[in-house]
Design a protein. Sequence first.
Length: 261
Amino acid sequence: MPDANIFDRRAVRLHRERAAKTVGAVVPVLQDCAERLLDRLDDVKRPFALALDLGGRGVVAPVLRARGIEVVSADLSPRMAALNGGPCVAADEEWLPFAPACFDLVVASLSLHWVNDLPGALIQIRRTLRSDGLFLASLPALGTLAELRTALAVAEDSLAGGASPRVSPFPALGDLAGLLQRAGFSLPVADVADIVLSYADPLTLLRDLRAAGETNAVAQRSRRWPGPALFARAAAALPGTAGRSRTTLRLATMTGWASRA
């Protein structure tokens, strides 16, 4: 019987453990994404006393504290969780260890796209929220890294006569609001913005993905090292202009409220 899991969660944890030492190299991108998400708090009139930062990689918690919000951070990787600089816990997003109705706000910035059971994770998140609590999340949507996905598949097919999964599957924007509603959130909203990443050296994209802990954790990935030729050929095939390669981060944002009791 085939494995029902899309992602290898052990690999996800190991990648994030390793990346805790290197994530500083990609802080500008992570901060930009976090600020786009947390700017939505400016439109909310109610105060938030205690927030859960899910997988914020040391970027989200300081922004929340600057707004006067107490923060607990959680991450699948203990080392990554500790980057919060405050209260933290190593926890799996698929098995949250928190009591019901203990947070006013839950923020998941670029941290839910490696979860196998996203509907189940959303239900658990909603249960941790107090009445009238807010959930904010961003994650890569379908279309993210499409240029890299195509370049890798073409390069591997030309070198090995076939291609294996090397870029994570991402959810479609049209599914996200429905998932929030299914999980019991009120006023569910999902929207998307394209962020174009540009590199003078296309191999820098691959190095940045590794630094962020975003390397391949698809369960059905090939375990064989493909050699440097694959990545060099794929990087050279990325589209671009003026000597710079580009790829797209299609950033989906999800907003939902826990219903009043």
